[in-house]
Design a protein around this ligand. Structure first.
Ligand code: 5RP
Length: 228
């Protein structure tokens, strides 16, 4: 499968969100950063904006909830039109129940880990998930530098996915650009969130195509993909 590129609207012009969604035609998913100013020190958007975005674009919505009380809110984002809902392990009291509710409502269930949260305690939960998101910056803001100290965690997570024979996706988010995407792909990521590397360019759709081709090429020679 070709690498998937999910532009993050955190780096888009919020006064023209519908147009900005259309500007990345060809993207696999539109990554929607929901922040509540409690789980992270930033405030973005909520359910009504996700409902409006789902009417404005045919690109499926990949909602990343950087909010407290994720168990309560996650199902509401499926109802709002998200095709994939990611909650944070650090914000979910009942991650298995929440993942099952997301799936039961018809969306892909995903869980995110902040940089200091290890994957190992969550190994037994992986079959409950369609995607695992490894944050490669501290969540809260776009435009931060990629944390390459996360590469070993990406590798270990890919090994766990292979060990359990799972088809789940492995997403990375934060500082993903032309100069970091290949390292992420080689380590085992197959879904890439990119904010400034897409919306910070004159041609966001071309940036998506370029990043996808770089990541797909790096994956083709990666040991994890060759042994798959
Ligand atoms: O979740 C996020 C921040 O918490 C954003 O999706 C992420 O930072 C994207 O921006 P960039 O690609 O510019 O780093």
């Amino acid at each position: 499968m070709a690498a998937q590129i999910n532009p993050s609207i955190l780096s888009a012009d919020f006064s023209r969100l519908a147009e900005e969604a259309r500007a990345v035609e060809g993207a696999d998913w539109l990554h929607v950063d929901v922040m509540d100013n409690h789980f992270v020190p930033n405030l973005t958007l909520g359910v009504p904006v996700v409902e409006a975005l789902s009417r404005a674009t045919d690109i499926p919505l990949d909602c990343h909830l950087m909010i407290e009380d994720a168990d309560r809110w996650a199902p509401q984002y499926v109802e709002a039109g998200a095709g994939s809902v990611t909650f944070h392990a650090e914000a979910a009291a009942a991650p298995v129940r929440t993942a099952r509710e997301i799936r039961a409502k018809g969306a892909r269930a995903s869980m995110a880990l902040k940089p200091a949260t290890p994957i190992e305690p969550y190994e037994d939960l992986l079959p409950e998930l369609d995607m695992l998101l490894i944050m490669t910056v501290e969540p809260g803001f776009g435009g931060q530098a990629f944390l390459d100290i996360m590469l070993p965690k990406i590798r270990r997570t890919r090994e766990l996915i292979s060990k359990h024979g799972l088809e789940m996706w492995l997403q990375v988010d934060g500082g993903v650009s032309a100069s970091t995407i290949e390292r992420c792909a080689e380590a085992g990521a197959d879904v890439f969130v990119a904010g400034s590397a897409v919306y910070g360019t004159d041609d966001p759709a071309a940036a998506v195509r370029m990043l996808r081709s770089q990541a797909t090429e790096a994956t083709a020679t990666a040991a994890w993909a060759c042994n798959h």
